[in-house]
Design a protein around this ligand. Structure first.
Ligand SMILES: Cc1cc2nc3c(=O)[nH]c(=O)nc-3n(C[C@H](O)[C@H](O)[C@H](O)COP(=O)(O)OP(=O)(O)OC[C@H]3O[C@@H](n4cnc5c(N)ncnc54)[C@H](O)[C@@H]3O)c2cc1C
Length: 277
């Protein structure tokens, strides 16, 4: 961990032999940056259960700290209990607890409905064994009825025993600081670490943002659209925007950064180096 905060990387478990090789190469590069930990996503309904664990164990074997994600949507208490026992059996002490999203068209089922239920369950089953991170949304979760209710629900996760939060990505610092201030006014004191999405492709970013409700400010969207297929310009502009965002967040007191690497090392490494972390 840097003296300036907690800096971490997120990966998803690869599905192919090529993807596994690429992620290993990515990790070899990112390991040199000495992150506090690397987290690995977990597919809804346990679809990546073995892949998540396998990737986490590789990361630990490479000498880095790792935190698997765990989502409860579509899962039974029994299956969650099994996953927790597996994590515990491997000496894993840090996880990211989420509700998860089912692919569209799937019937949502499962014993636990919300991430706060999962945090409560993990604490009831395993006490203080795990450090638990949860998700939060400076621009509010797309399914939330209102910002106030979303904050109520975030507070439930914290009161259920979360130790830290990682935000959905955003490009608007005011949204983050407003959320942090509103949380603080409720007595929430856990670190709220900004999630950072480097910009590699305008179309991919637009697709993600539509799905998760993160706003791409108009001036950024227009500039990206203007570059068309000129990937080098998209990446150069994206690096300037995201590095500036991160630098200002840290100057203003953000407790660290969590990079959504999408299993690539290049942009994250450049941002990290420019920030001199
Ligand atoms: C850092 C981070 C990591 C992620 N990793 C993964 C991953 O590995 N796998 C994956 O599938 N997805 C992942 N996601 C996506 C996440 O699962 C989705 O954003 C999902 O839609 C919400 O998950 P949550 O844990 O925030 O849910 P919750 O906190 O349960 O909130 C979901 C919605 O329900 C509402 N709500 C919560 N509690 C209540 C209640 N008691 N009553 C009424 N409404 C309530 C909230 O306001 C919100 O609108 C991640 C997101 C982030 C930000």
């Amino acid at each position: 961990m840097s003296s300036k905060g907690t800096f971490s990387f997120e990966f998803f478990p690869p599905k192919t032999v090529e993807g596994t090789a690429k992620l290993r190469a990515t990790r070899a590069q990112l390991a040199q940056l000495k992150p506090a930990f690397c987290s690995v996503t977990f597919g809804a309904g346990g679809s990546t259960r073995e892949g998540t664990l396998g990737t986490v164990l590789e990361i630990i074997g490479e000498g880095m700290a790792a935190a698997p994600h765990l989502s409860c949507i579509g899962a039974s208490r029994e299956s969650l209990r099994e996953v927790l026992a597996q994590y515990k059996g491997h000496g894993i002490r840090h996880l990211v607890a989420l509700r998860g999203d089912m692919p569209s068209g799937t019937v949502e089922a499962g014993d636990l409905r919300y991430a706060s239920d999962l945090v409560e369950f993990v604490r009831a089953e395993t006490g203080d064994w795990f450090t638990i991170d949860v998700a939060c949304y400076p621009e509010y979760h797309p399914q939330a009825h209102s910002p106030g209710e979303d904050l109520d629900n975030f507070e439930k996760k914290v009161r259920a025993g979360a130790n830290a939060a990682i935000t959905q990505y955003f490009y608007n610092r005011d949204a983050y600081w407003s959320f942090v201030d509103l949380a603080a006014a409720r007595g929430i004191t856990i670190p709220i670490v900004p999630g950072v999405m480097p910009i590699a492709s305008a179309s991919r970013l637009a697709r993600f943002s539509d799905a998760c409700g993160a706003e791409i400010p108009r001036w950024i969207r227009r500039k990206l659209e203007g570059y068309g297929d000129d990937t080098a310009s998209v990446r150069a502009f994206g690096l300037d925007v995201v590095t500036d965002l991160c630098a200002r967040l840290l100057e203003e007191g953000a407790p660290g950064l969590h990079f959504y690497t999408l299993n690539s090392a290049g942009l994250t490494t450049t941002i990290w180096q420019r920030l001199a972390l």
